[in-house]
Design a protein. Structure first.
Length: 172
């Protein structure tokens, strides 16, 4: 029952976003800007991102943000190592027995032209960042539930992952 309500909310928000016809990046209804809460993290720790979604259209947009276990699941994470190769997702150990559902919640939001909203997310938590080095991160989000409408991509940021034994000093 709860899952069907969330699915209904997602479909309604996708339909609302699909009112906008997009023919390329210049006509996208919103922009995404990301920043890392910390630009240097210890290998194996989670990367927390701040995400700013801004309505860059000339009309209100209505959409939803969906959380699963405290992470916004609307975003796709493109995480790459210093050679530009995609970082592999962590291996998940499956156990026998019924799976435990993650806590799900969704919110509908309306943004007026020029209005922004900021959220924190661990959108890249499924990726293996256990090796020290530099990584680049870019998030993307579908414009609507219709794949023909395309996606919006964020800026690209660089994260430094250090050995757990190395002292971490955040740049000023």
């Amino acid at each position: 029952m709860k899952t069907s309500r969330i699915c209904t909310l997602l479909l309604l928000s996708a339909a609302a976003f699909s009112r906008t016809t997009v023919q390329g990046q210049a006509n996208q209804p919103f922009s995404l800007t990301i920043a890392a809460k910390k630009s240097i993290i210890i290998a194996g720790s989670r990367l927390e991102l701040k995400v700013r979604l801004t309505n860059i259209s000339n009309h209100e947009i209505i959409g939803s943000v969906t959380y699963a276990g405290g992470t916004i699941i609307n975003y796709q994470c493109d995480l790459r190592d210093s050679t530009g190769a995609p970082v592999q997702k962590k291996e998940h150990i499956t156990r026998s027995g019924p799976s435990i559902p993650a806590e799900l919640s969704a919110r509908i939001r309306t943004l007026q032209p020029g209005e922004s909203v900021e959220d924190g997310t661990f959108a890249c938590k499924e990726f293996n960042m256990s090796q020290p080095g530099e990584y680049t991160v870019q998030l993307s989000e579908p414009i609507s539930g219709n794949s023909d409408d395309g996606i919006v991509k964020s800026n690209i940021i660089t994260i430094t992952v250090v050995d757990p034994e190395a002292p971490v000093a955040e740049p000023r």
